[in-house]
Design a protein around this ligand. Structure first.
Ligand SMILES: Cc1cc2nc3c(=O)[nH]c(=O)nc-3n(C[C@H](O)[C@H](O)[C@H](O)COP(=O)(O)OP(=O)(O)OC[C@H]3O[C@@H](n4cnc5c(N)ncnc54)[C@H](O)[C@@H]3O)c2cc1C
Length: 437
């Protein structure tokens, strides 16, 4: 059987481990950190994630969809909270569709547990990858406990080591490898709304959004306790201004009064003490494969801003598509990688751009009448025309239409609506003129 090395046991690395262990390949996973399953409940990255259609389809490929869905919360509506404390709910999905909110750690655990059931899988924690040699297919690692350097080789190496991938860094001088990264002017910090009398303080099946111009607060229920995870996105300059406890608490009190009451002053002060704002980075590169041996996947290939909740979903889709290519070309690794690498970057670049576009939508447009009217028209057209008119967010979140085609379809829909509205406008105008004269 061929051997695969997976660098990184995060979400994408762990799902890849499930796919390759099921194929019967000798699978070795090398992870920089300790085993996420042995960490304290609240340690590590606690952000919960929304799993959309693409992610669920990829999990279905390894038989894990139902188990994951059982551990998550179904979200069908977004509740927009205004500064005067009024709220308005908007459907995210068509009837029957939903986003699944699930803890990162839980999802990671389910995938690692599943992969580990196979005898052909070995997981190595506290192993830090330093570089890859795509010519002879070797990865150089440091065993963190002994500082010993080790070299491991395989038929296929999957770099799933995240947005700041060491494997990708070691490939920067590979001929004709294009690479760019862009940081957003915004960063984010996380806070937590505690339980209220042993229950969720708000409806956990809603995605709570607080758009305030260049500031955005997003609240999703945690699935491992009855708390909510709160993410505050704001420009770094804003975070710098919030340099005293009084400024921090008054900012929350004035900008998000309803969230402020649930968070409480002390909670806010501690969150600012505990964390500094985290950066948001977008990575575009190509090709994704090197010498028919190495593949960049997940955030290592296409880290994106989190404003359409597709980073992990796109990474999971990478796993499914690579697996499909391997099967389609009868496990001819070089051929399958060539096909994968030709198709995937344009989709990944498209979702990167969609995520940036949605950043502006969430901060501003979502509050305005254009967004609401457009949503109503889209839903109406969809109910009449069915799959001939799928609203743009639904194509991203609930279909597996390649992302670059989603963009093409959106441009077509915009043009049709523009010309349709202009035509109707002209007809009304002509009718009025006729009526007057
Ligand atoms: C605030 C926020 C909210 C988000 N919300 C969503 C969402 O709702 N839905 C969604 O789909 N996506 C979301 N994302 C994006 C999502 O978190 C990422 O796309 C996803 O984690 C990528 O998975 P990955 O396995 O590629 O990378 P990671 O999850 O970063 O995993 C990489 C792994 O590699 C390990 N590693 C790193 N360096 C090395 C090394 N040198 N050697 C060995 N191992 C190494 C790391 O320890 C880690 O375990 C969000 C992101 C942010 C920041």
């Amino acid at each position: 059987m061929p051997k695969v090395i997976i660098v990184g046991a995060g979400l994408v690395g762990a799902l890849n481990a499930c796919y390759f262990s099921q194929l019967g390949w000798d699978t070795e996973v090398y992870e920089y950190r300790s085993d996420v399953r042995e960490l304290e409940e609240n340690s590590g990255r606690v952000i919960n994630l929304t799993l959309a259609g693409r992610g669920r389809k990829a999990l279905e490929g390894v038989g894990l969809k139902d188990e994951v869905v059982r551990h998550g919360l179904e979200i069908t509506h977004r509740l927009v909270h205004y500064v005067d404390e009024t709220t308005k709910a908007h459907p995210i999905a068509r009837p029957g569709e939903y986003l699944l909110c699930i803890g990162r750690r839980k999802l990671n655990t389910i995938c690692l547990d599943h992969a580990e059931k196979f005898p052909n899988v070995k997981l190595f924690f506290k192993h830090k990858a330093q570089k890859v040699d795509p010519i002879d297919g070797t990865v150089t690692l440091t065993k963190l406990e002994t500082q010993e350097k080790v070299e491991v080789s395989a038929d296929l190496i999957l770099a799933c080591d995240g947005a700041f991938s060491a494997i990708r860094r070691s490939l920067l001088y590979y001929p004709r490898f294009d690479y760019s990264q862009t940081f957003l002017e915004d960063g984010y910090i996380e806070l937590r709304i505690p339980e209220k009398n042993g229950k969720y303080a708000w409806d956990p099946n809603l995605a709570h959004f607080f758009p305030r111009g260049n500031i955005l607060l997003v609240v999703f229920a945690n699935t491992e306790s009855k708390t909510f995870n709160v993410t505050l996105f704001a420009p770094y300059t804003k975070f710098e201004q919030l340099d005293t406890e009084r400024k921090q608490t008054s900012f929350f009190k004035e900008t998000f009064p309803d969230a402020f009451r649930l968070l409480g002053e002390e909670n806010i002060i501690q969150a600012f003490k505990r964390t500094k704002p985290q950066p948001l980075v977008s990575v575009k590169c190509q090709p994704y494969t090197f010498n028919g041996k190495v593949v960049l996947m997940g955030d290592a290939a296409h880290a994106m801003y989190p404003f359409i909740g597709q980073g992990m979903n796109a990474g999971f889709e990478d796993c499914r598509l690579l697996n499909e290519c391997l099967r389609q070309y009868d496990f001819d690794i070089a051929k399958a990688l060539d096909v994968y690498s030709k198709a995937r970057p344009k989709d990944a670049h498209a979702i990167n751009d969609i995520a940036l576009r949605n950043y502006h939508v969430l901060r501003n447009t979502i509050r305005g009448p254009y967004y609401v009217i457009r949503r109503i028209i889209d839903m109406k057209l969809h109910s009449i025309l069915n799959s001939l008119w799928i609203p743009y967010p639904s194509m991203v979140l609930f279909s597996d239409i390649p992302y670059h085609k989603v963009v093409e379809k959106r441009i077509q829909q915009d043009s049709i609506l523009f010309f349709g509205m202009t035509f109707i406008g002209l007809v009304i105008f002509a009718y009025c003129i006729q009526a007057i004269f």
